[in-house]
Design a protein around this ligand. Structure first.
Ligand code: PLP
Length: 389
């Protein structure tokens, strides 16, 4: 009766079963998989939320499939303040980055064609591909003290069937930004092979330090068709507002065709609420008021790691340039799944096994950098104790 694309394995993983058992017994769990900023004790200001007047002005419904011009102008102004010129007519709103990806898969791919995505990477991409009958081909990120895009591995998976190359800038969970050198190479490849770029910049407001080698936003890319994604869920820590956007840039003719088609896709759903669109100018007037708070937390949790996992410690820290997660390597005496289970069972700490993000180095776990510092540092100490035992 149901489509094969929804034939998922619905059995709980052993780790999730353990979470359910512990919760049923009322046991305390420190959740280091928490990626919802609204549950992490940040101070939200009233003007970060939808204003009364936006609600009141939403009483009349005048939808624009691309999003209200007022909202698109607010996004263009936000880019302008970063010295990136974006024409509001080249912006399309969506209810989230996930929806934006989905629209782009519908725009670019026929059934059975593929897109190139990073590995390690964000697991949702695989689900989105499957739901859209598109194959996911992974190119590698390699680690040698920092993460790099493995360019030969990327070249190896691109084929005439590849309809988009996805860059996550910075990537989840590695926290690695695309470097200028990588950007140059990828732009050349993309132009030569006519493969559009999809660049997910949802974590771009969270770099831990300056780095002159880092590529800037792709929203101003001119030579190749590029779709740059961003949105409120990370930028102002408000995923529940459900507003994200796609900036279309590149050669004029391709942009015009892409926008025409995207407008029809967006018109089929009209998914973004009016109140949030009317509030966007306020929300984007000073996003740093929120993002700095989150950045300070993530950075200080990350920078505190070497105090716990000192040199020679059995836990090593992967270098992270920004975003909301850190990758830790535990001793190879157990697999990542076994470590995650033991940390939860014995020490009450919930972490993601690395394999969830396709980290194939075994024995790696991924922890969220959002928890409050006291909780975070306490749980790192517990992880060290667990590993020493
Ligand atoms: C890299 C990346 N892109 C996109 C998203 C989804 O964002 P949104 O809430 O806008 O759908 C996430 C969520 O964690 C993410 O990690």
């Amino acid at each position: 009766m149901f489509s094969s694309r929804t034939d998922w394995d619905f059995r709980s993983s052993p780790l999730f079963s353990l979470v359910l058992q512990k919760r049923a017994r009322g046991e305390e769990i420190i959740d280091l998989t928490e990626s919802n900023p609204t549950r992490c004790g940040f101070r939200y200001q009233p003007d970060h939320l939808i204003t009364q007047s936006a609600l009141w002005n939403s009483v009349s419904y005048e939808p624009d499939p691309k999003g209200l011009i007022l909202a698109r102008q607010a996004i263009a102004d936000w880019y302008e303040r970063q010295q990136i010129s974006v024409d509001p007519s080249r912006i399309i709103l969506s209810s989230g980055t996930s929806e934006a990806y989905s629209h782009l898969l519908r725009l670019l791919c026929n059934v059975g064609e593929n897109i190139a995505v990073p590995k390690p990477g964000y697991p949702l991409l695989e689900y989105l591909c499957r739901l859209n009958d598109v194959d996911c081909q992974q190119y590698r990120l390699d680690y040698d003290g920092e993460w790099h895009i493995d360019l030969p591995s990327l070249a190896g998976i691109l084929s005439p069937n590849t309809k988009a190359l996805v860059l996550v800038h910075p990537n989840n969970p590695t926290g690695s930004f695309v470097k200028l050198e990588e950007r140059e190479h990828i732009l050349t490849v993309s132009e030569k092979q006519s493969i559009p770029l999809v660049v997910d910049e949802v974590f771009s407001a969270f770099p831990f330090e300056e780095d002159a080698r880092r590529a800037w936003s792709f929203a101003g890319t001119q030579n190749t068709l590029t779709f740059t994604l961003n949105g409120l869920s990370k930028l102002v820590g408000l995923p529940q507002l459900k507003l994200a956007w796609i900036v279309v840039s590149g050669p004029e003719e391709l942009c015009t065709s892409a926008l025409q088609r995207l407008e029809v896709i967006a018109d089929t759903f009209l998914s973004v609420g009016t109140p949030v669109q009317l509030s966007l100018e306020t929300l984007l007037s000073d996003p740093a008021a929120m993002s700095e708070q989150i950045l300070d937390r993530a950075r200080s949790n990350y920078e505190g790691l070497p105090e716990v996992f000192t040199q020679g410690s059995p836990v090593s820290i992967f270098r992270c340039e920004g975003a909301w997660t850190a990758v830790l390597r535990l001793p190879a005496t157990r697999t990542d799944e076994e470590w995650a289970q033991e940390l939860l069972q014995v020490h009450g700490i919930l972490t993601h096994p690395g394999l969830l993000f396709d980290i194939d180095l075994n024995s790696c776990i991924v922890v969220s950098l959002l928890p409050e510092p006291k909780i975070f540092s306490e749980s790192m100490k517990r992880i060290l104790t667990a590993v020493r035992h």
